[in-house]
Design a protein. Structure first.
Length: 495
């Protein structure tokens, strides 16, 4: 059984999805989806423990050895990302029971949880596959299920957001597929380890260049990297809040993983950042993202939209670290992928709690929320401090490492701009914290009815993730050590 864990990690949610269609009952559908997610998480933990010593698992599908057959390739880097996906899925599924029961008709719950498991299948498949074409296949599985999940939003604007994401997502997927096709034409293989060995000696360098260009554009769209982030804002705003919490912590992070895996491990650091100067494409986009999106977030009046703009800004920090193409820079990017995933998921769960009781996420109407929903308010405040990057939070570990990496390279201006964007984060998060804690209502007195705390089944998963993010903020050396090892693996490329 231990030898079959890589296949089991994908097969569990893939087989579980159609079984939910047979169950149909809303409670049993949720319970079964949660069980499958827990089992997938446990498999992810077992695989991460197997590769924690630096070893590599290469699992051949059907016994056909690579490069002829398809394989799953698992090392410290993607085992950690798979753990992030399955872990956040499990936490948010526990949280989602009450949230979805309130926002979605019970006759459609089984469809919702079926789509959820398919999304997990696609995301984990993207992460662990060692075949370039299968990256596209799993990408489509995750994308199609994501369009479905977003469309379950409570009003018609969710359908518009889903359709817009479908259009842009299809464009991005098409670019990725074309890029993979050119890689195959230039090298005659789709296995990613084999691609890394053949690209430097290919007789078709122009085909490789075209493939690189198409893949870059496709991944910029899928990862919502500025200015190709248009799908994310409405998708995060109008999707069910449980879906938004899950996607904010996983979907863009998986796309960023594919970006670093392809450009560092397959094409190679020297080719991507030395010959083709990818950093001069990524760095301006990243700086524009964390400055402009942080500024726009200040003027938002809806919590979900404010956090959506913030997500694009935070992706900018990750891309800044990637663009440095150094050990410290890539360490900062990797650790921020995990830290931001935990913090932003917690924030969206807190927003979901507010929506559950008040029916809105209108920022100016959150007067003295602490007195009515103290646990939810405390979770939002602590996670918000992590988003800003206050010391002893996970966000501080990421930003401090990133600023150190920029100063190492002599990019002091970029480091100063990150500090400026952090001040902007203080403005938009601080405004919400002020309203929650201090400002008296300027309108008629509001009854406490409808403002009591949410069920404990929503609070426990939210605080579990919050506690984990605080732990990695206080003991940041542990996460930095793991991220540094992952960065070293990426820079070294495939063996």
């Amino acid at each position: 059984m231990m030898d079959q864990l890589p296949a089991l990690q994908v097969m569990l949610p893939l087989v579980g999805a159609p079984l939910i269609i047979l169950l149909r009952h809303p409670v049993w559908s949720w319970a079964f989806a949660t069980l499958v997610s827990v089992l997938t998480f446990l498999v992810s933990v077992a695989l991460l423990l197997q590769v924690s010593d630096g070893s590599i698992i290469r699992y051949s599908i059907g016994g056909w050895e690579a490069p002829t057959g398809i394989e799953f390739y698992i090392d410290q880097v993607n085992a950690g990302v798979a753990l992030l996906v399955s872990g956040i899925s499990t936490v948010v599924l526990v949280y989602a029971y009450e949230s979805i029961k309130r926002s979605l008709d019970s006759s459609r719950h089984y469809l919702f949880y079926c789509g959820w498991l398919l999304c997990i299948t696609g995301l984990i498949g993207i992460v662990i596959t060692g075949d370039a074409f299968n990256v596209f296949v799993f990408l489509e599985i995750s994308s199609l299920s994501t369009y479905m999940l977003i469309a379950f939003g409570s009003d018609r604007r969710a359908l518009v957001a889903s359709f817009r994401y479908l259009v842009l997502g299809s464009v991005g997927a098409s670019f990725i597929l074309i890029g993979i096709g050119f890689l195959y034409a230039a090298t005659g293989t789709l296995n990613m380890v084999d691609l890394a060995a053949r690209i430097p000696d290919t007789e078709s360098p122009r085909a490789v260049l075209v493939a690189f260009s198409f893949l870059t554009v496709g991944l910029l769209i899928k990862a919502a990297i500025f200015p190709l982030h248009g799908w994310l804002l409405n998708a995060y705003h109008h999707a069910p809040v449980a879906v938004t919490a899950f996607l904010a912590g996983t979907a863009t992070k998986v796309s960023l993983y594919v970006l670093v895996r392809l450009f560092f491990s397959v094409f190679g650091t020297e080719y991507s950042f030395g010959q083709l100067f990818l950093n001069w494409v990524l760095l301006p986009a990243a700086v524009a993202a964390f400055l402009s999106m942080s500024l726009v977030a200040i003027y938002q009046t809806d919590l979900r939209r404010m956090l959506a703009y913030s997500s694009v800004a935070q992706i900018g920090y990750i891309v800044t670290g990637i663009s440095l193409a150094t050990q410290t820079g890539l360490t900062a990017a990797v650790v921020h992928i995990f830290n931001h995933g935990m913090v932003k998921t917690t924030l969206f769960m807190a927003v979901g709690c507010i929506l559950y009781r008040t029916g809105h996420a209108h920022i100016p109407s959150l007067d003295r929320l602490m007195s009515r929903m103290p646990f939810t308010s405390t979770a939002f405040i602590l996670a918000g401090l992590g988003l800003i990057g206050v010391p002893l939070t996970a966000g501080f570990v990421s930003k401090f490492t990133l600023i150190s990496a920029l100063i190492e390279q002599g990019w002091g201006i970029a480091a100063g701009l990150i500090l400026l964007s952090s001040v902007m984060a203080v403005a938009y998060i601080g405004r919400v914290i002020y309203l929650i804690l201090f400002r008296e209502s300027r309108g008629p007195a509001v009854s406490n009815e409808g403002y009591r705390e949410v069920p404990i089944s929503m609070l426990v998963p939210m605080y579990s993730l919050l506690a984990l993010s605080l732990y990695f903020g206080i003991f940041g050396g542990q996460s930095l050590s793991l991220a540094g090892s992952a960065a070293e693996t990426l820079l070294r490329g495939y063996p």
